[in-house]
Design a protein around this ligand. Structure first.
Ligand code: PEP
Ligand code: MG
Length: 326
C-alpha cells in the first residue's frame, strides 16, 4: 500500500472520470511541514496557528509568530496555505491565559473568533505577523467559529487597519489577501448566500459542525459511534453548503476529520466538494480512492437517494456497497 501511495504522489489528483480535486493538508507546527512534499498535497488547507500557542509557556511573541509563518510559506514553495487565526478556548486551554474562566459549556463558550474579537490585541498581533510573513505572496486568512456575519466584518476592520498600518511604513505586503470563514456553527446554514458573499472562501469544520448539528460532544467516547456523519441529515447539510458555494462562485473546502477517511471523502465528492483538507497520512488512501472513483455515478446515487432515502437502508451502507462494487 505504501508503495502504491508513493506512486500516486506525483500523479494528477483527478477522479476516474477526469474531475480534478484538490487534496490539501492539515498542519499546525513546523514538524508537519515536510509532509507537504512527501504527501504530494496541493497545499495546506488548514494551518492551526493555535498549536504554537498551546506548546508555549507564555504567549508567543510577534517575532516568533512571524518566524513560524515565514517557515510555513517557505516550505510550501508557492503552494497555497490557509492560516486559521487562533482557535483557543473551548477544549484548547492556554494555562498562561489569565483572562480565561471556567465555563460550564466550553464548546459553546468564549473561544476562537469570539475571544479574539474581545481581546483584539491578540488578533492584531497575529494578523500583523501574517501580513509580514506573507509579503510578496498570497495570504489566506481563515476565521474560526464564526456565528454571525458581523464577526467577519469586525475581523475585516482589524485586518484592514493592520494593512493600512504596514503600508504606511512601506512594508512589503501580500500580493493578495483573502479572508475566509470556517463553517462550524449551524447559524450560518441559515444565511448561506449572505455568508458566501461576505467572504473569499469557506471551509467546513466538520468536527465542530457535526457536534453542533447533532448536539453531540465531539470528545465523548460513549457517544462516539452513536450518530453517523454519513447519515441523511448531515449529508444534506453538506450538500446544501457545497451548492451554496457553487451558486455564489465562492470556493468551499472541508477540513474536518471526515475528509481523511476514504469512504467519507468519497461522499464529500459526491455531494459537490472539489477541495478537501486532511492529515498527512490520509492523502495516500484518499487519492487511491479518488483515482478509482466514477464521480458521475456517485452524484447520481445521491440524486436518487438523498431526498428520498430507500427505507431502512442507511446511506453509509449504500455508499459502502457503491465503493465495494467499484
Ligand atoms: C473542525 O472543527 O472540523 C476543525 C477542522 O477544527 P478543529 O478540529 O481544530 O476544531
Ligand atoms: Mg473546529
Amino acid at each position: 500500500r505504501q508503495k502504491l501511495y508513493q506512486e500516486l504522489r506525483d500523479k494528477p489528483s483527478v477522479t476516474k472520470d477526469g474531475v480534478p480535486v484538490d487534496l490539501l493538508l492539515n498542519a499546525g507546527l513546523s514538524v508537519d511541514l515536510p509532509h507537504l512534499a512527501d504527501s504530494g498535497a496541493a497545499g495546506i488547507g488548514l494551518f492551526r496557528t493555535e498549536l504554537q500557542f498551546m506548546v508555549a509557556s507564555a504567549f508567543p511573541r510577534a517575532e516568533a509568530q512571524e518566524k513560524l509563518y515565514r517557515d510555513v510559506v517557505e516550505a510550501a514553495r508557492g503552494k497555497p496555505v490557509t492560516f486559521r487565526t487562533i482557535d483557543i478556548g473551548g477544549d484548547k486551554v492556554l494555562p498562561y491565559f489569565k483572562d480565561a474562566v471556567q465555563e460550564e459549556n466550553p464548546a459553546l463558550g468564549w473561544r476562537a473568533i469570539r475571544l479574539t474579537l474581545d481581546r483584539s490585541g491578540l488578533l492584531r498581533t497575529q494578523v500583523r505577523a501574517l501580513l509580514k510573513a506573507c509579503g510578496g505572496r498570497e495570504l489566506k486568512l481563515m476565521l474560526p467559529m464564526v456565528t454571525e456575519l458581523s464577526e467577519i466584518a469586525q475581523a475585516r476592520e482589524i485586518i484592514d487597519k493592520e494593512v493600512r498600518h504596514l503600508s504606511r511604513f512601506a512594508h512589503h505586503l501580500p500580493t493578495s489577501l483573502k479572508v475566509g470563514a470556517m463553517l462550524e456553527v449551524p447559524s450560518l446554514l441559515f444565511q448561506l448566500d449572505e455568508l458566501m458573499k461576505a467572504v473569499d472562501f469557506v471551509s467546513v469544520g466538520s468536527n465542530d459542525l457535526f457536534q453542533f448539528v447533532m448536539a453531540v460532544d465531539r470528545g465523548n467516547t460513549r457517544l462516539a459511534d452513536r450518530f453517523d456523519p454519513l447519515s441523511v441529515p448531515f449529508l444534506r447539510v453538506l450538500r446544501t453548503v457545497a451548492a451554496a458555494g457553487a451558486r455564489n462562485n465562492t470556493p468551499v473546502t472541508l477540513c474536518g476529520e471526515l475528509a481523511g477517511k476514504p469512504i467519507s471523502a468519497m461522499a464529500l465528492l459526491g455531494l459537490g466538494f472539489r477541495s478537501i483538507s486532511m492529515s498527512p497520512a490520509s492523502i495516500g488512501p484518499v487519492k487511491a480512492m479518488l483515482t478509482e472513483l466514477p464521480l458521475a455515478e456517485l452524484t447520481a446515487l445521491f440524486d436518487d437517494n438523498l431526498d428520498q432515502p430507500a427505507t431502512g437502508v442507511p446511506m453509509r451502507a449504500l455508499l459502502q456497497a457503491f465503493a465495494d462494487d467499484r
